[in-house]
Design a protein. Sequence first.
Lengths: 157, 141
Amino acid sequence: MISGLLLALLAGSLVSLQNIFNNKVNIHVGSWTTTTLVLGLGFAASFTLGLVFEGSAMFALHHLKLWFCFSGLIGVGVVTCMVQGINRLGPTFAVSISMCAQLGFALLFDSMGWLGLEKVDFTFKQLIGVLVVVCGIIVFKVGGREKRTANEQGLVG
Amino acid sequence: MRGILFAFLGGAFITLQGVANARISQGIGTWQAAALTQFTGFVAALIVMLILRDFKRQGFKKVKPLYLSAGAYAAVIIFSNVTAIQHIGVTLTVALVIIAQLALTFLMDHYGWFGLQKKRMGLPQFFGIAMMIAGVVILKF
């Protein structure tokens, strides 16, 4: 259980680094070139690590189903929706809404046990937990920050 | 209004992606799932890029190699995300990924790491993170 918690925190930390770095690439080469590069590198890294850890077992795809091959298209849906959402609402609101939706659907998937997940029975406690996290996201994102000083605005960035 | 719908769908897709990756990992293994899904995404993005002619070769020279390499992190991200979903469930995994993401972004903004414009930490952000952690504690215990 602790390893699950730590791995989730590791994933989140890497996601935030990736977002910031990809953003810098995005400014210079455009969003689809960035997406292509990011997914291409992700494939290369996954394939390499798979070979390192599993060797030839990397090619043993016994229980392959057809839909597995198309699942990667969800990523294209993510990029399209987020780029459109951010263009229309700005990053703060678009990302807040997206995070709340992520949590809502996570609770739905756990409760329904869809796609072969171990079903986690829906309880009132879980709903409260998710709502508290959602409130935290809203306070974090929408709550104002202290204004930057004139000096910082002029010199940094 | 359409912006809200797009952002909402974006979030739904992100969770669906994690769950689908966990299911595919059960079938063929986690590294295989990460490699396969990203290969499909790569081919699709390449096609969109070519159709839209959205390609600026000169731009690459202006970006530091460290920033260009970020895509490779996805291997570790997918592996960790899938393993976490299998161990602690989707809801808790998503909540923790979001908390780590916001907290680290916050630190990077505060200290102006990686050339980001410095933004001072505010009380609402501390309070927000505290609430998110409280939510996770409620979820788990």
